[in-house]
Design a protein around this ligand. Structure first.
Ligand code: SF4
Length: 387
């Protein structure tokens, strides 16, 4: 398949706010179930091992008119909970049998409560993750959390989830993470061959397609992108940070690229890249997943870092590893986890003489001209004055 064909397929999935793919997947077998999950991280391996389809719910984007959702939330918070409510109350998520709300902020926590009140017949779980990274405390706690999740899915599906099934699913997700890492590596090496607007859509497809199908799609894209002739531009290389939950409009990513920036690292769809190494595929899978979470997960703004001295290390490493020349912070308006992290990251970047710029967005931001101007000015200043 060509790059265009793959990207068109991803765009089609991205545009479908009625989750028709999920409906078609479920229609093949009346026992099939789909489990939604909000950003940022859930262990999709366990859902897959239950024979269910994990479905990322990432808000309504810039195509959904929010009519009911505003009534559930005050005006001074981000938009993703409102548009998610809108998706729910308009019946678009009726095909989703349960939803996991990962512990990322109070807004998502409250949303899980609202979901319980609004959709009493659905499985709802607030999925908590450890904030203490020692095996005896955070590790043991997280294993229990995973066991409860497993039991919840077993009750919903009416069958046991075996260790063998989880280990087999872990192997598939390891493969998926490796394929995505290969796309990121090619983008770092030759960013003109792998525009981030395409990488973004490719990752979004992974929020809905079964992992086996998505891995094949990523491999096909990689093969097609490697041979596609595209002009190399005199762009600067930037890391983008802050977009791990409420999604930027795709026009924002294109605007930053058109303004003269090659995006060489980002924090989109962190669920696909949260674990930085393969998870073992033998032994106790819940223990393995817990060990992975504790000891080799990326230290982005979406994760609690308990030592002040470590704050910012991850983004500095990302800049160095990708030979980036600067950082563009793009955060959703009112996003506490992203915006409260920024001053510490700014300090770390200043200490390392790495230039940065920052702006905010909402998933339905329409006016891209100011962002294009800001990103363009940033790119020009790097080219003119960076040493
Ligand atoms: S965008 Fe930020 S504040 Fe809003 S739900 Fe997501 S993490 Fe929480």
């Amino acid at each position: 398949m060509s790059v265009t064909e793959i990207v068109d397929r991803c765009q089609e999935l991205f545009d479908d706010l009625d989750f028709n793919y999920v409906k078609e997947w479920k229609a093949k077998d009346p026992d099939r179930k789909a489990i939604g999950y909000l950003p940022v991280y859930v262990p999709r391996e366990i859902i897959h091992a239950a024979g269910m389809l994990p479905v990322g719910i990432l808000g309504g984007g810039d195509q959904l008119e929010v009519i009911h959702g505003d009534a559930y939330y005050q005006s001074y918070i981000c938009r993703i909970p409102r548009s998610t409510i809108e998706l729910g109350v308009t019946g678009r998520l009726d095909c989703i049998d349960g939803v996991l709300f990962p512990s990322i902020c109070d807004v998502i926590r409250n949303l899980s409560g609202m979901w319980k009140l609004l959709f009493k017949d659905k499985y709802v779980r607030y999925f908590d993750v450890p904030q203490t990274y020692t095996d005896e405390i955070g590790g043991n706690y997280y294993v229990k959390e995973l066991e409860e999740l497993k039991e919840g899915l077993e009750n919903l599906g009416g069958k046991k989830i075996t260790d063998e099934a989880i280990n087999a699913s872990v192997a598939l997700y390891n493969e998926n993470r490796r394929a995505i890492a290969d796309v990121y590596a090619l983008r770092t090496k030759s960013p003109w061959k792998v525009p981030t607007s395409e990488v973004y859509l490719l990752l979004r497809a992974g929020m809905i397609l079964p992992v086996e199908e998505h891995t094949q799609m990523v491999r096909d894209y990689l093969a097609a992108a490697e041979v596609e002739e595209r002009p190399m531009r005199d762009n600067c290389r930037v890391v983008m940070s802050g977009m791990f939950c409420e999604q930027p409009p795709i026009g924002l990513i294109r605007s930053v690229e058109m303004a003269g920036c090659y995006i060489v690292d980002d924090d989109f769809m962190l669920v696909t890249r949260w674990l930085l190494e393969d998870v073992p595929t033998t032994g106790n899978p819940l223990q393995n997943l817990a060990d992975a979470f504790l000891h080799y997960s990326g230290e982005t703004a979406a994760k609690y870092v308990d030592k002040n001295a470590d704050k910012g290390k991850f983004i500095i490493e990302s800049v160095k590893k990708t030979a980036a020349e600067g950082v563009v912070f793009a955060a959703p308006s009112f996003c506490d986890p992203a915006l409260l992290d920024q001053p510490m990251l700014h300090t770390a970047l200043n200490d390392n003489n790495i230039p940065f710029t920052a702006f905010q967005y909402a998933e339905n931001s329409g006016q891209m001209q100011p962002i294009r101007e800001q990103a363009g000015t940033f790119a020009d200043s790097i080219k003119l004055w960076s040493v």
